[in-house]
Write a protein that binds this ligand. Sequence first.
Ligand SMILES: Cc1cc2nc3c(=O)[nH]c(=O)nc-3n(C[C@H](O)[C@H](O)[C@H](O)COP(=O)(O)OP(=O)(O)OC[C@H]3O[C@@H](n4cnc5c(N)ncnc54)[C@H](O)[C@@H]3O)c2cc1C
Length: 332
Amino acid sequence: MSAPHRIIGQGLAGTCLAWSLHDRRAPFEIIDREGHGSSRVAAGMINPVTGKNFQPSWRIAEFLPEAVEFYRRLEERLGAVFWHPLTVVRLASREADWEKIRSKLADPEVAPWVAGEVSPPDERWVGAVEVKGGGRLDVRAFLDASRAWFVERGFYHQAEADPASPEDRQGIWCEGAAGLIAGRPGLHRCAKGEILTLRADGWEEPRIRVGDGGWLIPIGGDLYKAGATYVWDVLDAAPTEKGRRQVEDIAHRLAPGPFEVIGHDAGVRPILRRSQPLIGPLGEGWFFNGLGSKGSLYAPGVARRLAEWMLDGTEPDPDLDLRQFLASVKHS
Ligand SMILES: Cc1cc2nc3c(=O)[nH]c(=O)nc-3n(C[C@H](O)[C@H](O)[C@H](O)COP(=O)(O)OP(=O)(O)OC[C@H]3O[C@@H](n4cnc5c(N)ncnc54)[C@H](O)[C@@H]3O)c2cc1C
């Protein structure tokens, strides 16, 4: 049997790659230093149409069905539920924002994801539209259940990778923001984010609310996640008072009523160019990073493509190819 592929990092990227290799019966081992990965902070939201411009996520029609099918398959294998489909309600508090959203509703790229206009939940909002296909991945539960399965079979152990060791040099670097900040592959646009966990009595809001640059996600029982901040100049995983106040403001705007803050987390999003990941050979090993703010959506499909590249030599489309990206940056 050939030597196992050594995956460095057990966040969404490394975990999805491990399952893709396993599906192909390729031996693998996965290591993680167990500190400050952004997957363990992520709210796990998938929202098909996002941003000020109410724009479908990059290649959503391709990556979303693959992601949902992947998580469903692992739910069966691991005997747990990770994927929670949820309607997203996109809210606008200003006429100009609402006009922008309405102007996009008939766009052939947007229309398949729109369930329809609905009444705003209260008088603070001038318009609302429901988006379909969204939901929440319980990322932590997915990673923990995967890790337990890997540990049981001796595929996982805790370790810090060493770029100077020959074994790690040939590894598949799925280190998230830590790797980008350390200089692999040499440039990045990572962004710190903070989120809150809220407890609220009797809100009766089963949908994800998105509006005014923030979101509120029901995570079961009387708990919700609210987020998130974006900061580019301080890239650590320490929750801050300022971040807490910003997210509390977001929550007050979106919440149906009073709440209590019961959790506050921070992490760094691994960004190379928006939320469009990249894969490819790097040095003697391989690279999978740049999942940005949308790891839940892209990790499964991109992991499969990387496994096909590594095992069959099938190169992905140029959009995902790290070499093409680095060449384009060099010439720009
Ligand atoms: C506040 C916040 C909210 C977010 N919300 C969402 C959301 O709602 N939906 C969504 O899809 N995405 C969200 N994201 C983004 C999401 O977290 C990322 O897209 C995704 O988790 C990145 O996964 P990754 O595996 O590339 O990196 P990570 O999760 O950071 O994993 C990298 C792993 O590598 C390990 N590691 C690093 N270096 C080494 C080394 N040298 N040796 C050994 N191990 C190492 C780390 O310990 C870590 O476990 C959010 C991010 C933040 C910060």
